[in-house]
Design a protein around this ligand. Structure first.
Ligand code: MG
Length: 461
């Protein structure tokens, strides 16, 4: 009997040791599918990310839910298509809307499970006080509230300790009729702490915040969300990285992000939580199309940011969790950023919200390399604003652009298995498939819009 009791004690303490994992989610901005060593970049050097791939799993059919910033982030954090949560397009400093605080974000969900939560980087889901990360489940926020090519909202709350640069002052902000582009505020929680933000140091400062957060929270589960400002244009790298990459300034910014990832992985080891931490690296959408190779590369995919061709929405993705995710493996099974919320819910010992539709699916079988794991979506949908314009089903992808009967109407069908670059339109040869997929699109879009939820409006109270 005594032996049985001590055996049971060991069993129960073992399961108690199965602690909830820490989750680090690194989300770059406008990084192309090819722009990582382990995804084939011939010039950009990413040794830390390549090591992360060698120690983890590489996803080659991983999709963001939109080809631009705000909707992609809304989807990532809610597990829903952006149209469902009514963040269909890019938010600007003039807007007083954002992700509805009634939505349950990954941060809300994990906080409810006892996690410490932080967001260090670019938010872009509403910059007014009632829409910022601290109103959406994050304990801490440090970063820029929207894209780095925007301006300041003169109504933003300035901290008493604000650092002004480039001759700016409270009075100048209030009196300027037109605020300079590419000058964005740097915020801590709900206040602007620096204006204009010194963009050359952002990657470095986000990393420092992350290292402090990891150290302070190593004893409990934590969720660290790092939506990097780079490589969205205008591009900036710190002195140590500027001029170093063979791929120009674009490469410099990614090599600095690679350094940042290296620092975080090292900190997890140093604090003894490496094996308790799931780290995910991915991008919000495809690269800018710029002349003379200044933009990123989505090779071998077609299209760029703003496009629902693969290059606009299929993004590089790596996942690492020692002992849980099989090292050095690659999966081409379809998975998407909307799947992270349901998956994290399960890993944290809870379930996804049941009082609303969640579009994502638990992808733990794909992440853990379970044999025969299926694509997370039999039909994966591509929205442009409020318009549903494409669907992927297995290897087939159908695009329908423009209204029927207009000159802009086009129907394109590609077989991604044989034609990843979407070069040969097979619509005429496979009219049955076109019919079947277009009916699916129609039905899904109607269902989604019937159950769409309202955008968030800033609430002064
Ligand atoms: Mg983006």
């Amino acid at each position: 009997m005594r032996y049985l009791i001590s055996f049971l004690t060991i069993i129960s303490s073992l399961s108690a040791m199965e602690r909830q994992p820490n989750i680090v989610l690194i989300f770059t901005d406008d990084q192309g599918y090819e722009d990582l060593g382990c995804f084939g970049s011939p010039l950009i050097k990413t040794p830390h990310l390549d090591r992360m791939a060698a120690e983890g799993r590489k996803f080659t059919s991983f999709y963001s839910a939109n080809s631009v910033c705000s909707p992609s982030r809304a989807a990532l954090l809610t597990g829903c298509y952006p149209t469902r949560v009514n963040v269909p397009g890019v938010l600007f400093p003039r807007h007083d809307t954002g992700l509805n605080p009634d939505e349950i974000t990954i941060a809300n969900l994990l906080k409810g499970q006892g996690y410490a939560t932080a967001c260090f980087g670019k938010w872009h889901l509403g910059h007014k006080p009632s829409l910022l990360p601290t109103a959406q489940g994050f304990d801490h926020y440090f970063g820029i509230p929207y894209s780095n090519d925007m301006t300041i909202d003169p109504e933003a709350t300035l901290s008493n300790d604000i650092v002004f640069r480039a001759g700016m002052s409270k009075e100048r902000i209030a009196s300027l009729e037109k605020h300079p582009k590419n000058w964005v505020p740097l915020m801590r929680n709900k206040e602007v702490v620096e204006y204009p933000a010194d963009q050359t140091t952002l990657t470095k400062r986000y990393t420092e915040e992350a290292l402090t957060f990891i150290e302070e929270n190593k004893a409990k589960p934590f969720f660290l969300y790092m939506p990097q400002t780079m490589p969205h244009i205008p591009l900036f790298a710190s002195e140590a990285f500027r001029g170093q990459s063979a791929r120009g300034l674009y490469g410099d910014t990614i090599e600095e992000i690679d350094w940042s990832v290296g620092q975080i992985l090292q900190a997890l080891k140093k604090h003894g939580v490496d094996e308790d931490t799931l780290v995910i690296f991915t991008s919000d959408n495809g690269p800018w199309k710029l002349n003379r190779g200044r933009g990123g590369s989505a090779y071998p995919l077609r299209g760029y940011k703003f496009s629902t061709y693969e290059g606009g929405m299929r993004v590089p993705c790596l996942m690492r969790w020692p002992g849980k995710i099989p090292p050095g493996t690659v999966t081409d099974t379809l998975a998407a950023s909307i799947d992270l919320l349901p998956t994290f819910a399960k890993l944290a010992g809870t379930t996804q919200p049941s009082d609303r539709v969640i579009d994502g699916r638990d992808i733990w079988p794909i992440m853990s390399g379970a044999p025969d794991s299926r694509p997370s979506h039999d039909y994966y949908y591509f929205y442009k604003g409020q318009r549903l314009v494409a669907v992927r089903h297995g290897d087939w992808k159908l695009h329908i652009q423009g209204k029927q009967g207009t000159r802009k109407h086009s129907v394109e069908l590609y077989h991604l298995g044989e034609d990843i670059g979407e070069t040969t339109n097979l619509a005429d040869q496979h009219s049955e498939m076109v019919k079947r997929l277009s009916e699916r699109m129609h039905t899904f879009d109607e269902q989604l819009k019937r159950k769409a939820r309202p955008v968030g409006k800033h609430n002064e109270g």
